[in-house]
Ligand binder design. Structure first.
Ligand SMILES: O=C(O)CCC(=O)C(=O)O
Ligand SMILES: [Fe+2]
Length: 367
């Protein structure tokens, strides 16, 4: 990508093609002190009040800076590298981190360790990059007192409160309102598929784990989706098309949301999986479509539950697991309450928290 000038017009050249950049696009980016607030980087003018026919009177490029005088008297100096970055049309900080698909053979993933100044450190940037690559990250030795989990989450972004509270205590209890609060095994699932929006990131912090069982399990929904797409395209097709109803009922709330089990983005690429067969209701379709749907759901369930795709590990007190609830499925193995206590604390945060922190640390450390 190159920015070039010809007859007071600005062009961007990509390979052999050359396109003029609209003068108004450049005018909107006027960044003199009368036009852009230094601190907030917010505009001090309203571009919708300007004449869209604005023209360039003079332009020159010197030392990577494009200087323009517009015919409305405004002068602007733009960094051509920043202009070039805008052509990616996607956020670079996050989207340039490539997802690494994994299955049960995933062995050596780096665990991180908590320290007091973690949240503003370069290590935090590495933690977030690892999170975006694998869809999860484990941080060891996180303080276990006074609901530190909430402080942890709020130091990255903001906790997303739900009807389970600001945080929830995962332990076996009488009359639970969710099977998570029992000692039963939990097959791989995504959390809260019935919410709109579905919580993006789940944090589970291990406070006590004295039982022999109660292993944590994770499955990469991205890997499984790609396998299904390759091996069973007709199953992939129907699971990306049919919206099912997810429902959760409690004493004072009825939550419901409709979605495909595999959600694609506008480019038909993987965006999100939802899976919680205790909570999904498939709509009435023609019998032949339901026939295909049920076969497809069984297949994806078999893949999610297969040892081939699952990693299993034991959370130790202090371990904090942060996982992408749109990409990964999680579960746990059964445990025996007579062997001792098993106590995790959980909460949710949204992607804007981790993305915002990642961009901030990238800027701070010039990464
Ligand atoms: O007990 C566990 O390890 C996980 C429970 C669970 O699925 C949850 O809290 O969302
Ligand atoms: Fe869960």
């Amino acid at each position: 990508m190159k920015i070039e000038l010809s007859n007071n017009k600005v062009f961007y050249k990509n390979g052999t093609s050359s396109e003029e950049i609209h003068p108004f696009w450049l005018r909107e980016r006027a960044n003199g002190e009368k036009h852009l607030d230094k601190g907030t980087q917010q505009r001090l003018f309203d571009p919708t009040s300007l004449d869209v026919e604005v023209q360039i009177k003079e332009a020159q490029i010197k030392d990577q800076i494009l200087e323009i005088n517009f015919n409305d008297g405004v002068n602007s100096k733009l960094d051509i590298n920043l202009i070039a970055q805008e052509f990616s049309k996607k956020d670079i900080a996050v989207h340039s981190i490539e997802k690494i698909k994994w299955d049960s053979s995933l062995k050596s993933i780096k665990d991180f360790e908590f320290k007091d100044d973690l949240f503003e450190s370069e290590e935090m940037y590495n933690i977030l990059v690892s999170f975006y690559k694998y869809g999860f990250v484990i941080i060891k030795k996180v303080p276990t007192e006074d609901n530190y989990l909430v402080k942890f989450a709020n130091s990255i972004g903001s906790v997303r409160r739900t009807n389970f509270g600001e945080h929830f205590n995962v332990k076996s209890k009488p009359n639970p309102n969710d099977l998570a609060y029992t000692s039963l095994p939990l097959a791989p699932h995504t959390d809260n598929p019935y919410r709109n929006p579905v919580p993006c990131i789940q944090i589970l912090h291990c406070i006590t784990n004295e039982v022999k069982g109660g292993f944590s399990t994770l499955v990469d929904g991205f890997t499984v989706t790609e396998i299904l797409k390759k091996d069973n395209p007709e199953f992939y097709d129907i699971l990306t098309k049919v919206k099912v109803r997810f429902k959760f009922i409690d004493k004072d709330v009825v939550l419901e949301d409709w979605s495909e089990l595999i959600k694609l983005d506008e480019d038909n690429q993987f965006k999100q999986v939802r899976f919680s067969p205790r909570l999904d209701y498939v709509p009435i379709l023609e019998k032949k479509d339901l026939d295909l749907y049920y076969k497809a759901r069984k297949k994806i369930s078999d893949l999610y539950n297969s040892k081939k795709y699952r990693i299993e590990f034991k959370l130790q007190p202090g371990d904090l697991l942060m996982m992408d609830n749109h990409r990964l499925l999680h579960g746990r193995t059964e445990f025996d309450v007579n062997e001792g206590n098993r106590f995790l604390q959980g909460c949710y945060i949204e992607f804007d928290s981790t993305e915002g922190k990642l961009r901030h640390l990238k800027r701070k450390y010039n990464l």
